[in-house]
Ligand binder design. Structure first.
Ligand code: PGA
Length: 250
């Protein structure tokens, strides 16, 4: 049985003060939630604060990125160990906005996933096609290529710790969600690749999240699909009541 995971990706929203207000309002709303892993991914400056405010609660913390090196002359970057020490348990890696605006390559994403695992973080590896790629019939090629490259440095004993997020780029921030059937088709395909890489048992243990315009109105239908094990939520994770509504999808 895979424990569902619902993560809120705040992107470049919320100062530390705003992050603290969110957490104070959010924790009581979800304190009774059982059987769902809840994660918040604040911007780097508020990560230690969010981690300390959520310590001992049922809410975990993720970074939105990490660098692949342990340390070095990489101005503006943050290492997995730094993120871990700041209190994060997870790291979002390879988000489409990083691939698009910050020239993140498949190869870099693979190195980051391996580095995150080595530092004891749970990587949330994002994959997904653009609208042009979907319309050109390349959805499976693109998502499959990104998944294989992202996992190139992962050996099977570590497999179960990896989380995958399928996020069709055309559904991110557009209000245009993939239908549950469209998402399930890709999730099943991705799980097939995991089985090919690590065997069926390991593949069955990996959570595959869906992301792209998830809200409280559509989460239940998505979660009803056999291979959808949670959600990576952007816009609808910015307000405590809205994100709590998604976390309480059952
Ligand atoms: P959205 O973003 O929920 O605002 O579509 C999802 C994401 O980018 O992870």
């Amino acid at each position: 049985m895979r424990t569902p995971l619902v993560a809120g990706n705040w992107k470049m929203y919320k100062t530390s003060g705003e992050s603290a207000s969110f957490v104070k309002e959010f924790l009581p709303l979800v304190s009774g939630v059982k059987g769902v892993e809840i994660v918040l991914a604040p911007p780097f400056p508020s990560l230690p604060l969010v981690a300390s405010l959520t310590a001992g609660s049922n809410v975990g913390v993720a970074s939105q990125n990490v660098h692949f090196a342990a340390e070095g002359a990489y101005t503006g970057e943050v290492s997995p160990a730094m993120v871990k020490e700041a209190g994060a348990g997870y790291a979002i890696i390879g988000h489409s906005e990083r691939r698009l605006y910050f020239a993140e390559t498949d190869d870099n994403v693979g190195r980051k996933v391996a580095a995150a695992l080595a530092a004891g973080l749970v990587p949330i590896l994002c994959v997904g096609e653009t609208l042009d790629e979907r319309e050109a019939g390349k959805t499976f090629d693109v998502a499959g290529r990104q998944l294989r490259a992202g996992l190139a440095g992962v050996d099977s004993p570590r497999a179960a710790r990896v989380v995958v997020a399928y996020e069709p780029v055309w559904a991110i921030g557009t209000g245009r969600t993939a239908t549950p059937a469209q998402a399930q088709e890709v999730h099943a395909f991705l799980r097939g690749i995991l089985a090919e890489l690590w065997g069926r048992g390991a593949a069955e243990a990996v959570r595959i999240l869906y992301g792209g315009s998830v809200k409280s109105e559509n989460i239940a239908d998505l979660m009803a699909q056999a291979d959808i094990d949670g959600a990576l939520v952007g816009g609808a994770s910015l307000k405590p009541a809205s994100f709590a509504g998604i976390v309480k999808f059952k």
